[in-house]
Structure formats: structure tokens, C-alpha cells
Design a protein around this ligand. Structure first.
Ligand code: MSP
Length: 654
């Protein structure tokens, strides 16, 4: 992201009010909140918008099925989103609702502008509409001539008078915009998808409906009261009406948005329709549209009928809000899909947070209390620990570009490097030995190095874990704000002194899952008496020679379809091939596979494989391997396990 724009306008999608919030919604909002906090801390004038999307047939039907008036129903669900974000301390500046009078007035204004400049015309729409996705689809895209290609639900045939937006007229301008702005859509792989779609040709877009009523009416001068606006036109406009477009324009100087955060499922609306609308309105383009991946639970798509939807409030209450925030942002590369499993969350808490960060703070508090009455003086750090300082600064320098490039998982990974420097320094220099040897100055400098690292990490981690980092800064007696950010992060000097205060452990160890697991599928199995179960277990264990596992355990393994995009031999190895495998993430994974006796690099190139995608990375002959391929081997040799038909890279297997 460029830094010339001193204002930072950050948005989430506005959430449909036909459902309550789940972790997918929380994920988008937490990323946006992290960016907004970072922007503010780094001195940018920041405006953070979220809200609810309340019009359209889907909402009208949801209200009807519950026997409520549409407005009352929308009020109720909108409030549940707002309450959750307030409870989560989400630092939004405005919560917009598309039923707000100002918003509706702004949308009408936009419609008039686009109409007056000749981009809107009236015709008859005939085609298929998916109410669930609020999207029109041409016949050629339907599954079996009837079903929605996105969600699989039946579409309805619509034939009605409609106003159209001349989307087709914007094809070249859109392509030029994507081309001239290589990071307008993040991750970059998504930009290619959008370009391919637009190059395929754009149809004009039907932007009004007459078959229902729950939407923004057309401007009065068009005198066409039976039409309401297409919900996506209405919804997308929220990004400018929230700033006063069509009303007082009070905050329009925040436009263009620095980043619209969205999920990958709504990329087309944001990367094709929205820029075209903006071009028609004569407004500048957003700087970035950043699309994240999809969350599943224990490897499965979340759905109400399966009863496996993860409630973000429950997770935050059980494991701590900041821990949950850290997990979501650290666990998944931005743009890739993520799996929510309690095991993965617990591992992150106990390992990254407890061992690497929490223990470090405890050790520092302990050492400085024991040897120096809680005081830390950092004046001699560079005298003894210049090499360590260099590594810390090198790491900190890399952070800002990463966060603004939406590589938040790498940002966190990089931020753990200084922690590792600190932890290793304690083991290497052993302050207790230094004290025994009378090297007090050196021991104090070591404490200074560690306190400095903890302070810097607390500042840079603050946007992700605001509550925890405020506690760390309190223990070190400083405040995290733009001043300290400038001094400790932008300036290279470590602060001179800290006074340390004892605090409660930040990350008590989690020994077992704290949330109830999803219901076992085979209830009868669960109802058997314990003796009966264990007998059966040992018998079949004897038969098979392997232990039985539950479905939950099975789903702890993330299996994915991968496409081999590069294959080469590992030099000097008889057995190993070095493969780059696309598993639907931003970048291909490197996998070192012991299959050279049976497959050449050429054999493997462009083929599909099944990848174990959540193995801890390992090194083989000096090459990092970030996955394992499934294969079967008997006395006749080895063969790869592959999907029977081509599948999109990253498709979960299970
Ligand atoms: N109302 C539209 C957005 C209009 S923006 C002008 C909408 N709403 S939504 O409530 O259905 O989805 C909102 C966001 O939640 C989307 O970005 C979507 O990707 C995200 N998620 C919904 N379920 C999700 C997961 N299971 N995982 C990750 N995010 C997903 O679309």
C-alpha cells in the first residue's frame, strides 16, 4: 500500500441480517480492526466502517418465515452484530445500516447521477435469479439448467421490467485499472481470476426489481414506484454513503478506501461491479480490495443443519478474545482457507503465546526482581548484544510492508523472531552465570535487551492483541500509542529504563478442549456402555493391529487436493523430488517427496496429488518440506493417490 494517502479508510463487508454472526464474519471484522488499530497507531487519520446489509428478497423472506415485520426483524439481527462487535471491542468509527435514511438518500443520488450520465437504461430482464446469493446467472452458468452455480440452491426464473447498468461499457476501463494497479486486488492471485472473468465479457447488470418491495426506491423524479434497487447496488454504495455521499459529504475526504476487506465469495461484486459504479459516478478507485479465504470447522463446511457453526462469542469466552484473534490471523495465510479446530487453537496458545511470549515476560520479571529490584537499565545493550539488536531491527523493518500487503500471518511469524532472539539469548548468556561471575553490567544489559524486545513486540502485536499487549506494556510501565510507536519502532533507540511489575500469567496453559465438540454422528455408538465399547475397541485393535480413532481425530488432519506446478530433482539424492504444489493458498507449498524411484520430475509436473496440509514443516537434505503426499506402496512399487477427476487446487478431502 502506498503511504502518500495520510488518511486510511478501512471497511468490512456489511453483513446480511438473515443470520447471526459466526467466525467467518468475526474473521473479516477482526482483520479490519487490526488494520485500523495499526493505522491509528502509526499516525494515519483512520476511519473504520462496518455495518449491516438489510434489504433484498432474502431478508424479506427470512422475516416472513419468522412471522415478523421486515424492519423489526432487521433491527433485531442488526443489533446482534453491533452488540457482538461492541463486546469484542471492535474499534469501528461508524456502524452503517442500509435502512438508515441517509444511506438510502445517498443511494438514490448515485442512481440519479448514473442515470443522468447515460449509464442506466430500462428494458426487460429475463433470466435466472438465486435469492440466496442475490445474484442473476445466465443459463449457461447454471448447474443442470436450474441450480445456482455458487450455492447449489434452485434458481427462480424472473421476467420483469428492469433498469440496467451498462456494465459492458466498462470492460476496457476495468481491465486498464487492474493492469495499472497490480495490487488493487489482494492476494495477487485473485486479481488474475478477476481479470480472466472480465476478459470473458461483461453483460449489462439488472439493477432494479419489481417482484418485491423491501429495498430502496428509485429517485422520485423517475416516477417509477414499483421498482426497488438491486440489493448489491444498494449495499456497495454503503462505502461512500457512510462518508456522507449524497448528503453532507462530511467525511468524503476519507475516500478512496485504503482497503475493502471481504471474503473471496464476494470478490466479483467488489472487484467488478463496484469499480464500474465508481467510474460511472466519477469517484476515485479504492486502493485495495483484499479477499480472504473461507473457514471450515474440523475440515467441514459450517452449516446450521450440521450443527457445527462456530460461535465466535463462545470461542472468545472460552479461550480469551485476544488468543482467538491471534489464532485466526496467525493460522491461515491471508487468502487461503482455514480450518477451525480446538486442537490448533490450543497449540497456538500453549506454544506461541505461552512458551514464546508469556514465559519470556515471566522470566524477565523474575530475573530483574531477583537481581535488580525490578529495574531495567538498557544503556549498555549495544555494548554487549549488538548482533542480537541487529537481528531484532532487521525483523522489525520487515513488518510494516507485510501488514499493508495483507500478509498478516507472515507479519506475526516475523514478529516472533525477536522473541526467539530473546529466548535464545537467555539460554546462551545465562544471566544467573553472569551474576555468579560478577558480570553485573552484562546481566543488566541482557535484561535491557529482553525488556526492549518485549516492549517492541508488545507495540507491534497490539493491533492483533490489544488487551494482552496493554497488560504487557503496563507490566513494563509504558503506554502504547503513536508516540511510543515513533520512539521505539521508528527510532532505533531502546528506551533507557523500565520498571517491572509482577502480573498474573498471561496465557495459562490449556490442557484440554474447552468447548463441547460437535455431536458425534453415530449417537448409538456413544450410548453403548463403556465396558462394551472398550471390549469392542480392543477386539478390533487386535484384528487390525491399529488403534481406533474418532472422526474428530481424523479431521485433525487437513487433506487437500494439490496441483504440482513445478518439479525438480533434489541434487545428490536418489530418492527425493522437490515439488512446488498449489494447494489453493497464495503461494505454492514446497514439498520434498521420496518418490524418485517411481516418478520422474516430468511425470509429476502438472499432475494432481493429495496433500497432508497441516504437518509441521520438516527439513530433508536441507530443503524445507511443507506437506506430505499420499501414496500407496506394496511389493510392486509405489503409486500416488490422486483425485479421480480434476479438482480445484485446495479442495479439502474428507
Ligand atoms: N451482505 C453481503 C456483503 C455486502 S458488502 C457491500 C454479504 N454478507 S454476508 O453476511 O453473507 O457475508 C459477509 C462476509 O462474511 C463475507 O465477506 C463472507 O466472505 C464472510 N463469510 C461468511 N462465511 C464465511 C466463512 N465460513 N468463512 C470466512 N468468511 C465467510 O456477503
Amino acid at each position: 500500500m502506498s503511504s502518500c494517502h495520510k488518511k486510511a479508510y478501512i471497511t468490512t463487508p456489511i453483513y446480511y441480517v438473515n443470520d447471526i454472526a459466526h467466525i467467518g464474519h468475526a474473521y473479516t471484522t477482526i482483520i479490519a480492526d487490526t488494520l485500523a488499530r495499526y493505522s491509528r497507531m502509526s499516525g494515519l487519520d483512520t476511519y473504520f466502517l462496518t455495518g449491516t446489509d438489510e434489504h433484498g428478497q432474502k431478508i424479506e423472506e427470512a422475516a416472513k418465515s419468522r412471522g415478523k415485520s421486515t424492519q423489526a426483524y432487521a433491527d433485531e439481527i442488526s443489533a446482534t452484530f453491533k452488540d457482538l462487535w461492541d463486546e469484542f471491542g471492535i474499534s469501528y468509527d461508524k456502524f452503517i445500516r442500509t435502512t438508515d435514511a441517509d444511506h438510502m438518500k445517498g443511494v438514490q443520488k448515485a442512481f440519479s447521477v448514473m442515470h443522468d450520465n447515460g449509464d442506466i437504461y430500462k428494458d426487460v430482464y429475463k433470466g435466472h435469479y438465486c435469492i440466496s446469493c442475490e445474484t442473476f446467472f445466465p443459463e449457461s452458468q447454471l448447474v443442470d439448467g436450474e441450480f445456482c452455480p455458487e450455492c447449489g440452491k434452485p434458481t427462480t426464473i424472473v421476467e420483469e421490467e428492469s433498469y440496467f447498468f451498462k456494465l459492458s461499457a466498462y470492460q476496457d476501463k476495468l481491465l486498464a485499472w487492474y493492469k495499472e494497479n497490480p495490487d488493487c486486488i489482494l492476494p495477487k492471485s485473485k486479481r488474475n481470476e478477476v481479470i480472466r472473468f472480465v476478459e470473458g465479457g461483461l453483460n449489462d447488470l439488472s439493477i432494479t426489481r419489481t417482484s418485491f418491495d423491501w429495498g430502496v426506491k428509485l429517485p422520485a423524479n423517475l416516477n417509477d414506484p414499483k421498482h426497488v434497487m438491486y440489493v448489491w447496488l444498494d449495499a456497495l454504495m454503503n462505502y461512500v454513503t457512510a462518508l456522507g455521499y449524497g448528503n453532507d459529504e462530511a467525511n468524503m475526504d476519507f475516500w478512496p478506501a485504503r482497503v475493502h476487506l471481504i471474503g473471496k465469495d464476494i470478490l466479483r461484486f467488489h472487484a467488478v461491479y463496484w469499480p464500474a459504479f465508481l467510474m460511472s459516478l466519477g469517484l476515485p478507485m479504492p486502493k485495495h480490495i483484499a479477499a480472504h479465504g473461507w473457514w471450515t470447522r474440523d475440515g467441514e463446511k459450517m452449516s446450521k443443519s450440521k450443527g457445527n457453526v462456530v460461535d465466535p462469542r463462545e470461542v472468545a469466552n472460552a479461550y480469551g478474545l485476544d488468543n482467538f484473534r491471534y489464532f485466526m490471523l496467525r493460522e491461515v495465510p491471508f487468502g487461503g482457507d482455514g480450518d477451525f479446530s480446538q486442537k490448533a487453537l490450543i497449540d497456538r496458545i500453549n506454544s506461541d503465546l505461552g512458551n514464546d511470549l508469556g514465559n519470556l515476560l515471566n522470566r524477565l520479571i523474575g530475573m530483574s526482581g531477583k537481581y535488580f529490584e525490578g529495574k531495567v537499565d538498557s544503556s549498555n545493550v549495544s555494548k554487549y548484544y549488538q548482533e542480537e539488536l541487529n537481528e531484532v531491527h532487521d525483523s522489525l523493518d520487515k513488518l510494516e510492508p507485510l501488514i499493508f500487503d495483507m500478509q498478516i500471518h507472515r507479519y506475526l511469524e516475523e514478529l516472533w523472531r525477536p522473541l526467539s532472539v530473546a529466548n535464545k539469548s537467555i539460554d546462551k548468556y545465562q544471566p544467573w552465570t553472569l551474576m555468579k561471575e560478577g558480570k553485573e553490567e552484562e546481566a543488566m544489559a541482557l535484561n535491557g535487551l529482553i525488556a526492549g524486545i518485549l516492549a517492541k513486540v508488545a507495540i507491534m502485536l497490539y493491533p492483533v492483541m490489544p488487551e494482552v499487549c496493554t497488560k504487557i506494556s503496563a507490566a513494563l510501565h509504558f503506554t502504547i500509542d503513536n508516540d511510543t510507536w515513533n520512539r521505539m519502532i521508528k527510532g532505533t533507540n531502546l528506551p533507557e529504563t523500565f520498571t517491572l511489575e509482577k502480573i498474573e500469567p498471561l496465557f495459562p496453559r490449556v490442557e484440554e478442549p474447552l468447548l463441547e465438540q460437535a455431536e458425534p454422528i453415530d449417537k448409538k455408538e456413544e450410548e453403548k456402555k463403556p465396558e462394551q465399547k472398550s471390549k469392542q475397541k480392543t477386539e478390533s485393535k487386535k484384528e487390525e493391529g491399529i488403534a481406533l480413532i474418532g472422526i474428530d481425530q481424523f479431521f485433525q488432519t487437513s487433506l487437500k487436493v494439490g496441483t504440482v506446478v513445478k518439479a525438480e530433482e533434489v541434487p545428490k539424492s536418489k530418492k527425493l523430488l522437490l515439488l512446488q504444489v498449489d494447494v489453493g493458498e497464495e503461494e505454492p507449498r514446497q514439498v520434498v517427496a521420496g518418490i524418485k524411484e517411481w516418478y520422474s520430475a516430468d511425470d509429476m509436473l502438472d499432475t494432481q496429488v493429495c496433500v497432508v496440509a497441516n504437518l509441521k514443516p520438516a527439513k530433508l537434505m536441507g530443503y524445507k518440506s511443507e506437506g506430505m503426499l499420499l501414496a500407496a506402496k506394496d511389493e510392486n512399487g509405489l503409486c500416488m493417490i490422486r483425485p479421480e477427476k480434476p479438482k480445484t487446487a485446495g479442495t479439502p478431502i474428507g
